[in-house]
Design a protein around this ligand. Structure first.
Ligand code: SF4
Length: 285
């Protein structure tokens, strides 16, 4: 199925900053951190601001980690900002301020897992690796395995499955990785796949089987955000980002009235290193 996906991608792939010629490896790495749990449209403006302010890893490493948390804004899951800062620090200190291109070396950096390591090696440096994100897993599950959903991630099997379809040529492999990801993002979507527009509809096992309902283990559903501790932690960080003044006492009580939730939220942020306890109250690190 590589050829039709590559041809479709050449015609239909979105014009995204990280796909433009000359986009730096550092930019690719930052984009992959941001895209892990945040949609493309929200990532693009933040990414461009970030790269203008910190054009190399050393530029980011030179500021306190709290600046990364502040600049992360409302992208969500702000531990990624701390991990990216730690990653930039390691690249600046141990790799001559150059993002490594070897998957094993990338895997040794803070915050980089199997997906990000391969995405950077493949998209920034053109190396031939299978790259598997949630969109790729969905396309493979449907087109190859005849299943409506991919179920929980299984890194080794998922990589082997993508590798089995990866073309031999470096350019083709890169286009196939990016094209399959794009197909899952804009055509073979989770809720409403548009099979009439799909370049591999004639090959799709799930379609051929009449779209049987998925009965296997499901990917865990994320808990509600409204009223959650996650939201409470986000409120504290939002306040610290906007005011740059340590928070505590009555201001913190006003922000999170429930004492148990307040204690849990502060403890969680302290444990994650997203805030520090100062004499004036809690502050960004
Ligand atoms: S035919 Fe439909 S279900 Fe199959 S891969 Fe294409 S969009 Fe997905």
């Amino acid at each position: 199925m590589a050829e039709p996906i590559i041809d479709w991608f050449a015609e239909n792939g979105r014009d995204l900053p990280w796909r433009r010629p000359g986009f730096s490896a550092w930019g690719t790495l930052v984009s992959e951190f941001m895209l892990q749990q945040t949609p493309v449209v929200r990532v693009i403006p933040r990414l461009l601001e970030w790269l203008e302010r910190w054009p190399t890893p050393a530029d980011l490493a030179a500021v306190p980690p709290g600046e990364a948390v502040r600049a992360w804004g409302r992208l969500g899951y702000p531990r990624r900002a701390l991990a990216l800062h730690a990653c930039a620090t390691a690249i600046a200190a141990e790799h001559g301020n150059e993002v490594p291109e070897d998957v094993e070396v990338l895997l040794g950096l803070p915050g980089i897992g199997p997906y990000t390591a391969r995405a950077v090696a493949a998209f920034a440096y053109g190396h031939r690796h299978p790259v598997v994100d949630v969109n790729v897993r969905r396309v493979l599950a449907r087109a190859v395995d005849g299943l409506g959903q991919p179920g929980p991630a299984r890194t080794t099997q998922d990589l082997a499955s993508m590798d089995a379809h990866l073309p031999g040529g470096i350019r083709e492999a890169r286009a196939f990785n990016a094209g399959t990801m794009e197909l899952g993002a804009i055509v073979c979507t989770a809720r409403a796949p548009r099979c009439d527009e799909c370049p591999i509809s004639a090959l799709c096992a799930w379609r051929a089987a009449g779209y049987p309902e998925f009965t296997g283990p499901r990917t865990p559903v994320q808990k509600r955000y409204e009223g959650s501790d996650r939201q409470a932690r986000g409120r504290i960080l939002g306040e610290l980002r906007s005011t740059n003044i340590p928070i505590g006492g009555a201001a913190l009580t006003k922000l999170i009235p429930d004492p148990d939730q307040r204690d849990r939220s502060v403890a969680g942020l302290l444990a994650d290193g997203l805030i520090v306890d100062t004499t004036d109250g809690y502050a960004l690190p």
